[in-house]
Every structure is written in structure tokens, then in C-alpha cells.
Design a protein around this ligand. Structure first.
Ligand SMILES: Nc1ncnc2c1ncn2[C@@H]1O[C@H](COP(=O)(O)OP(=O)(O)O)[C@@H](O)[C@H]1O
Ligand SMILES: [Mg+2]
Length: 394
């Protein structure tokens, strides 16, 4: 590391991810791919008139990782502020002011939690401190005048495969992409939208399954990616998508439900019934990702993870073959457990939250799934959203 390199990789407030892949892994695993994005970011920062550069992209696409790689690359001092450790808008602006040391790049991570506070406070801060530059990492841009926005796309397929290989070797030292495994891994990466976080979750599952089995389970829509003992500290993709989905307006949710019913790429021009401003919002919030245009025609696609989440949310919560048991069959404790499952918590996290043993939580979750006739945790989430609130209100 260059001398005089001041940084605060440790979150300034309380740590948000103590263990598991993520920020910690950054310290000792190499960055895979991203040469193009790093080049673009460097180019933007070489322009002194750029004071606020925002990197946006879906959860798990690798924004934080890329921001840290860029910061290392610049060989200059930087400050890092992780907003996930804050719970009030007021403290965010104070922390930002404290981090804005002249001449130092300030990386503000997880900005999506405080878009309004940042949009209100940043212009003032940047005006008052002409030597401060901010690299904002967020699932959505602020739409400020002068803000440069760089959309972080999913990994290129070769990079996805290499990331999968590296993480697979970590849990199975004999793993290699030889023979048919390469094609299976490539298909997995495709189903996982080439999102690094999803790829890491999947590779961790190679402890239990062969790639072909993992692929089958994923095709069946099974919940192979979420939770698990080694990943219990990592916010799940589903929780992140649920968070974005919750913040959409009714018409936006309706549009995403309609789009989730079909596969593949679409052009807004083909869909006169979808309001352009709604599509714009969905792209803005990275629930739809732009695709290379054909003949200048803008095209978008919905990430598979978003589609699966939306379909599960909209699907009837039980299989039609068996009648749904009445909601009151859940004990109050099981209702509580179902709520926590719906929030994306793992068994271990549920145990921690309720102050019970992990095996007790496992039993509760199993009972909840049996009683609700659910085959996955996503089904439980969909039950909670549709019927759980009603049951609780009764
Ligand atoms: N280019 C990359 N090379 C290696 N690991 C990556 C890369 N991009 C992301 N990861 C890993 O994938 C996970 C998700 O990335 P992260 O940067 O946290 O996503 P985001 O900030 O967009 O939610 C992290 O564990 C991260 O270390
Ligand atoms: Mg991040």
C-alpha cells in the first residue's frame, strides 16, 4: 500500500458486515474483471470538474468492491463512510461533513438508505468545500445537477466464471471448470444474472451439491442461494430486492409484476401500455437493466432474481393441489418466525433475534413451511405479504 495512504476501510460507525464474503473478503481476494469499469471511473475522476460521481447498480452487482478497487488504484488518501450504520438522516450529514477532509476522496457507501438527506445536503457541502469530491455508491442516483452517474453492469461472463471458479475452489479445493462443468457453471452464471453476490452464494453451495444439481435446483426455483451458516451475516439478495420493491409506488409495482410475467428483453416502444416514466423509474432503481441497443432502440431486461422474487410475491402462496390451511393454524411464535423469514433472515439470525436456539428456529421454520404448504422461504414471504398481515389483523 502506498505510504501516506490514509483510509478507513473499517466502517466509521458500527460494522455492518462482520463476517462472510463481502467487504472483508476484499482485503485478501483479488478483484475479478472490471478493467473497463475501472478505466471509465478513472477517466471521470481525472476530470477535476467532477465533484460527485455516483456508481449505481442492483444489489450485489459489485459496486462496493469496485469503489474500493478504484480507491486503492488512485493511491491517494480517501475516507469511507458506510451509511448502513446510520439510522437517522441528521447523523448522516454530520458524518459526511466530518469525513470531507480537503483533498481527500470521500466514498459514501449504501447511499440508497438516505437519498433524500444526501440530495438535500450534498450540494451545500460541495459548495462550501471546493476541495472535496464524493464517490457515492448507491442503488439509485440522486438526480443532482452536476452529478455524474456510472451504471455498474453485471460481470462479463468470463469474469463471472472466474469468480465462480475462485469461490468454488475455496470450498472444494479439487474444483475445476473442466469438461461439462464449464457449461454448467456458465448456465448457472446466466441464471444468476452474472451478479457477483449471487455467484458467491451459489459457489458456497458446492459444499453440498454438484454444479449440475445446483443448476437443477435453481431452475426449479428452489431457494439454494439464501442463508446458510457461512453467509448468515450477509444481507441476502432477496432482502435487498424486497427493500427496493417495497419502496415502489402501486403503479410501479404493477408494472414490475406485468414485466415479470414474460422472459427476455423488451423495448419500451413495444409496450405502449407501460408508462415511460414508470420504466424510467424502474431502470433508475436498477430493477430493470439496460441492454446494448439495437439500431438505437433502447432495450431493457429484468434480472432473473428480480423476476423470481416478483413472481413468488404474486403467485398464490400454496400449490393448488392441496387446500391452504387456515392462517390461525400458526402459533403466535410461528407467526413471528414467518415474519422474520419474510424479511430474509436466516435460521441463525432468527434464533438470534428471538433469543432461541438455532435448532428451535429450524424447527419453527420447518413447521411454518409445513403448515403453510410452502416449499421455499420466498413462498413464506409471499404468504406473509398476502395473508400474514390479514391474519395478524384478525
Ligand atoms: N469484480 C469482483 N471480483 C471479485 N469479487 C467481487 C467482484 N465484484 C463483487 N465481488 C464480491 O461480490 C460480493 C458483492 O459485491 P458488493 O461490492 O458487495 O456488491 P454491491 O455493493 O453492489 O451490493 C462481495 O462479496 C464482493 O467481494
Ligand atoms: Mg455495497
Amino acid at each position: 500500500m502506498a505510504s501516506g495512504h490514509v483510509h478507513s476501510r473499517l466502517p466509521t460507525k458500527r460494522p455492518t458486515r462482520a463476517r462472510g464474503p463481502g467487504a472483508d473478503a476484499t482485503a485478501f481476494t483479488p478483484i475479478v474483471g472490471r478493467d473497463g469499469e475501472l478505466g471509465l471511473l478513472r477517466e471521470q475522476l481525472a476530470d477535476p470538474s467532477v465533484r460527485l460521481l455516483t456508481m449505481t447498480g442492483p444489489a450485489g452487482v459489485g459496486k462496493t468492491r469496485l469503489a474500493l478497487a478504484l480507491a486503492e488504484d488512485l493511491h491517494g488518501p480517501y475516507e469511507r463512510l458506510d451509511l448502513a450504520g446510520h439510522d437517522r438522516a441528521g447523523t448522516v450529514l454530520d458524518a459526511l461533513a466530518a469525513a470531507a477532509v480537503p483533498g481527500r476522496l470521500v466514498i459514501v457507501d449504501q447511499g440508497e438508505h438516505f437519498t433524500e438527506a444526501l440530495a438535500a445536503g450534498l450540494p451545500r457541502l460541495l459548495a462550501d468545500r471546493p476541495e472535496t469530491r464524493v464517490l457515492l455508491v448507491s442503488r439509485e442516483p440522486l438526480h443532482l445537477y452536476g452529478e455524474r452517474v456510472l451504471r455498474v453492469p453485471p460481470l462479463a461472463r468470463v469474469a463471472s466464471l472466474e469468480l465462480f471458479r475462485q469461490r468454488a475452489v475455496a470450498v472444494r479445493p479439487d474444483f475445476s471448470l473442466n469438461g461439462g462443468v464449464r457449461a454448467e457453471a456458465a448456465r448457472l452464471c446466466e441464471l444468476l444474472d452474472d451478479l457477483p453476490l449471487a455467484i458467491e452464494f451459489a459457489a458456497a453451495r458446492l459444499k453440498l451439491f454438484r454444479p449440475a444439481e445446483l443448476l437443477d435446483r435453481l431452475r426449479d426455483g428452489q431457494d439454494v442461494l439464501y442463508g446458510g451458516p457461512t453467509l448468515s451475516h450477509h444481507a441476502s439478495m432477496r432482502a435487498a430486492i424486497g427493500w427496493s420493491h417495497d419502496r415502489l409506488t402501486g403503479p410501479e409495482q404493477a408494472a414490475i409484476s406485468a414485466l415479470a410475467l414474460r422472459d427476455g428483453v423488451f423495448s419500451p416502444a413495444d409496450d405502449p401500455e407501460l408508462a415511460p416514466e414508470i420504466i424510467e423509474t424502474l431502470v433508475d432503481k436498477n430493477l430493470l437493466v439496460p441492454m446494448p441497443s439495437v439500431d438505437g432502440e433502447p432495450r431493457f431486461r429484468m434480472l432473473n432474481v428480480v423476476r423470481a422474487f416478483t413472481r413468488a410475491l404474486d403467485a398464490p402462496p400454496v400449490t393448488p393441489s392441496r387446500p391452504r390451511p387456515p392462517a390461525p393454524s400458526l402459533t403466535p411464535r410461528e407467526q413471528e418466525v414467518a415474519m422474520l423469514v419474510a424479511q430474509g433472515l436466516t435460521n441463525r439470525q432468527i434464533a438470534g433475534r428471538l433469543g432461541i436456539a438455532e435448532w428451535t428456529a429450524v424447527n419453527h421454520v420447518r413447521n411454518v413451511m409445513r403448515k403453510l404448504n410452502c416449499t421455499s422461504r420466498v413462498n413464506v414471504a409471499s404468504w406473509v405479504l398476502r395473508d400474514g398481515a390479514v391474519a395478524a389483523a384478525d
